[in-house]
Design a protein around this ligand. Structure first.
Ligand SMILES: NC(=O)c1ccc[n+]([C@@H]2O[C@H](COP(=O)([O-])OP(=O)(O)OC[C@H]3O[C@@H](n4cnc5c(N)ncnc54)[C@H](O)[C@@H]3O)[C@@H](O)[C@H]2O)c1
Length: 282
């Protein structure tokens, strides 16, 4: 079955980037979010990002206009009734995600693949909330989606090889490189990244170094393009905390225990770049 129309649920940091790459690659995109202001922000981000591509000569103005013409937005999930593929990118919370998967299962045609951009939550659990666990998989894009080429593809316990083949081909069409990971908490990317970010937060809490010092050590000493605390602000501290909780609960090892400073910052609403305040001010 040819995939022409793609539904994206959640128009936050990730959803808007995912919608943009699908629209740029010729797909008709329906982007849904329950918060109208999020949809407005997403449109603004997509327009700004496409304008940058045009400025840099990587996209023509007519192609930008065509991509924008393929994008429609709304708050009603029912508009996804006739899509051929879905990417869910709502908050990193298992109850919210299972509720959306159950709803998507009822709305969309039975053959449609329902994928999740989750950073850490079990794909098998999301699949079990539907009547089509063989057509549920993880499609974990990286932030910022228009620039980062990796997509981690996660095979749940019941995901069929056919679904993985379709998702792999889709990644290639989007100009992305897929890497397959098994369905364990945090998969590959966040199993390795989040303990490093968490350790950097512990280092701040214990006064080992300032955020600037810690980020500079990792940039100049380890050749990372961005320090772990700058990256945490970029990802969203709430998202980092949610992922660490999944790692801690799912793997049971105290080494994944979220740093109390991270918990405190999230409780205070200091979520990083998206809230204007995190380890740095924005
Ligand atoms: N932020 C990152 O760097 C990053 C990277 C890779 C993967 N992810 C994953 O992507 C997903 C989204 O993360 P984000 O950073 O974009 O979050 P975000 O908080 O920026 O955006 C989430 C959006 O989902 C919307 N939403 C919540 N519940 C909804 C529902 N039931 N129906 C429709 N919309 C709903 C919210 O209104 C919000 O606009 C999470 O699973 C996260 O773990 C995040």
């Amino acid at each position: 079955m040819q995939i022409k129309r793609v539904g994206i649920v959640g128009a936050g940091t990730m959803g808007n980037g995912i919608a943009q790459v699908f629209a740029q690659s010729g797909f008709e995109v329906r982007l849904c979010d329950q918060v109208p202001a999020a949809i407005e922000r997403a449109r603004g981000s997509i327009e700004k990002s496409l304008a940058k591509f045009v400025e840099k000569g990587k996209l023509t103005a007519p192609d930008r206009d065509a991509a924008l013409g393929r994008l429609s937005t709304g708050s009603d999930l029912d508009t996804l009734a006739d899509v051929d593929y879905v990417v869910e990118a709502i908050a990193e919370a298992v109850d919210a995600k299972t509720a959306v998967f159950t709803r998507l299962d009822a709305i969309t045609q039975p053959h449609v693949i329902l994928s999740s951009n989750t950073s850490s939550i079990s794909i098998t659990v999301l699949g079990a909330a539907t009547s089509r666990p063989d057509r549920v998989l993880g499609m974990h894009f990286m932030n910022p989606v228009p620039l980062m080429t990796l997509v981690e593809l996660i095979r749940g316990q019941a995901t069929s090889p056919e679904s993985m083949t379709i998702a792999t081909a889709l990644c290639t069409t989007l100009g992305k490189t897929p890497v397959e990971a098994a369905d364990y908490p945090g998969f590959i990317a966040n199993r390795i990244l989040m303990p490093m970010i968490n350790e950097a937060v512990y280092a701040v809490m214990e006064g080992v170094g300032t955020p600037e010092a810690i980020d500079t050590v990792m940039k100049l000493g380890m050749n990372h393009p961005m320090g772990p605390l700058t990256l945490a602000d970029f990802i969203g501290l709430d998202v980092c905390l949610a992922i660490l909780n999944v790692l801690h609960d799912g793997l049971g090892d105290p080494k994944y225990r979220p740093c109390p400073l991270l918990r405190r910052m999230v409780a205070a609403g200091h979520l990083g770049r998206k809230s204007g305040r995190g380890f740095y001010g924005y």
